[in-house]
Write a protein that binds this ligand. Structure first.
Ligand code: ACO
Length: 330
């Protein structure tokens, strides 16, 4: 096995204060708490207030990650920000975060890869480090999905929530065997319309008509997404295990994208990893896209489930279709 080049030195996560439970959704949607729990495992999600920016709670997550890593803003060489819901179209929210942190020495850009955005960003940040673009990179996954979710669409409104996560990725020292052991990324654009936003992009600029027809909001073919997700997650766990040169029983903790408990269970079963070694927190947050894995990692750490030396696998899928996985020694 190759020596890791970069390691996660600190993690942080945050979510808006407002909690919307399944029972709250029963008031406005033709759904029930029992249906949502049985079909998804979700019990509540955090939803930002209209005037609460993505930057506001992301800043809390970033500061927590930096504090845990013992890193000051001036130490950051770069910021990769995975999101599909930036506060504004131009400039990147990564630049807003660079300014808010006062990280004057950091380059900054956004990365769009939907739910595996944080997994993609870790991989990209490690690659940039290996080409000399810095030794200390802030990797963020954060979303305000409530701004692209139709609150009256029961097939999506029950699933998604808002949240933010971040880590400080640092170059390892020669005597350090902790860090990223293997990464794997994939995509299939042929499946784009299983989960997409038809309007409000450059092909169909925002108009009153777009808004009236809700073409600026997410559309999803749930059952087809489910099938493609199980396939993508299985392919990703297989590839990660192979690339890391490890047997499945070497995985101490699987931290999957938190989309649906049944997808997580199918993934774990395929990979031969018992559910006792799988981190699940979608009951609290729902699906927060690129924030879901760092939110789960932070909770795992708070619950004492992350110990130095453990082998962790991160795996995610999402709109695009995109997928990816990372194996690391914690
Ligand atoms: N409440 C009650 N009934 C519902 C609801 C709801 N919220 N939503 C759908 N139903 C009904 C349907 O209308 C259907 O009724 P019918 O049998 O009379 O036609 C029935 O429940 C079953 O519908 P299915 O769509 O087959 O239900 P399924 O078991 O597939 O669950 C779900 C739906 C939860 C959306 C599931 O397909 C899923 O999780 N898919 C993956 C979605 C996902 O992960 N998306 C994000 C991926 S990428 C990213 O993370 C951004």
């Amino acid at each position: 096995m190759t020596r890791p080049f970069a390691r996660i030195a600190g993690i942080g996560a945050a979510a808006p204060d407002r909690v919307v439970t399944n029972h709250d959704l029963e008031q406005t949607l033709d759904t029930t708490d029992a249906w949502i729990v049985e079909r998804t495992g979700i019990r509540q999600r955090h939803i930002a207030q209209a005037d609460e920016s993505l930057s506001s709670y992301t800043l809390r997550a970033a500061r927590d990650a930096m504090q845990q890593a013992g890193v000051e803003a001036a130490d950051l060489d770069g910021i990769v920000f995975a999101t599909v819901t930036p506060d504004r179209r131009l400039p990147s929210i990564a630049c807003d975060l660079q300014s808010a942190l006062g990280a004057k020495n950091a380059w900054a850009f956004d990365l769009v890869a939907a739910c595996p955005g944080w997994v993609y960003s870790l991989t990209v940040a490690e690659g940039l480090m290996s080409t000399g673009q810095g030794d200390t990179i802030l990797v963020v996954g954060a979303e305000k999905l409530s701004t692209i979710t139709d609150p009256m669409d029961r097939s999506t409104a029950i699933l998604f929530g808002d949240g933010a996560g971040a880590c400080v990725l640092r170059r390892t020292t020669p005597d350090d065997d902790r860090g990223i052991l293997a990464t794997y990324l994939g995509a299939d654009g042929d499946l784009a319309e299983l989960l997409y936003i038809p309007g409000a992009g450059a092909a169909e600029p925002l108009t009153e008509e777009t808004v009236r027809d809700k073409r600026h909001l997410m559309r999803m073919a749930g059952r087809e997404v489910f099938k493609a997700a199980v396939l993508a997650m299985s392919r990703s766990t297989d590839a990660a295990i192979t690339r890391a040169g490890l047997p499945p029983d070497a995985i101490d903790l699987l931290v999957p994208h938190q989309a649906n408990l049944r997808i997580i269970e199918a993934t774990a079963k395929h990979a031969g990893i018992p559910m006792s070694k799988v981190m699940v927190n979608l009951d609290r947050y729902g699906n927060t896209s690129s924030a879901s894995i760092p939110l789960a990692l932070v909770q795992a750490q708070a619950e004492g489930k992350l110990k130095p030396g453990m082998i962790i696998m991160l795996v995610a899928f999402g709109a695009g279709f995109t997928w990816g996985s990372v194996v690391l020694r914690w």
